[in-house]
Design a protein. Structure first.
Length: 173
């Protein structure tokens, strides 16, 4: 269970701070019930709060990565494969599933896949697709927003840091 003040990643809402953990009265099929809820405040979206049952399995809610996990993700960059997309008709669904997983490795896979696809299209005189651009942006927002927390940086600084570290790895390969 998360504690007040913890940072978590919650579904497509990205990084949130746990503001409260409390019971709320709930009317369910005519019977009063008390249920524990997290009050989550999205870090990068002002003016909103989420009330999430602590026992909910519908949406992934997990702790933000630690510095050690960020370091491991960077170390593993070259070993993380792109997403396997055999049919372009399935591309968007595979991208959605990668985002929905709330798994940083899946986000990296999406970023690598979309980036490589965009580069290939540009080399062939084509534009990047709107779908690839949208999902690339969402995956980057999620990843860099999360990295910013354990690294004590802004999202932009975390993005710059991550990109510079990845480039160092690509040069050394």
């Amino acid at each position: 269970m998360f504690e007040v003040g913890d940072y978590v990643v919650h579904g497509n809402n990205g990084v949130c701070k746990v503001e409260a953990v409390e019971t709320m009265d709930q009317k369910n099929m005519g019977a009063d019930q008390k249920r524990m809820y997290y009050t989550l405040v999205p870090v990068y979206t002002s003016g909103s709060k989420l009330f999430v049952p602590t026992d909910s399995k519908k949406v992934v809610t997990r702790s933000v990565m630690t510095k050690r996990e960020v370091k491991k993700l960077l170390e593993d960059w070259n070993e993380i494969d792109t997403l396997m997309i055999e049919n372009d008709k399935n591309r968007e669904e595979i991208y959605k599933q990668a985002l929905k997983s709330c798994d940083t490795r899946q986000w990296v896979r999406l970023i690598k896949t979309s980036y490589q696809r965009n580069q290939s299209r540009m080399e062939n005189g084509k534009k990047a697709t709107t779908s690839d651009e949208r999902y690339l942006h969402l995956a980057e927002e999620n990843l860099f927003g999360e990295l910013a927390i354990p690294l004590h940086m802004t999202r932009g600084e975390a993005e710059d840091y991550f990109i510079s570290e990845v480039r160092k790895k690509e040069v050394s390969v």
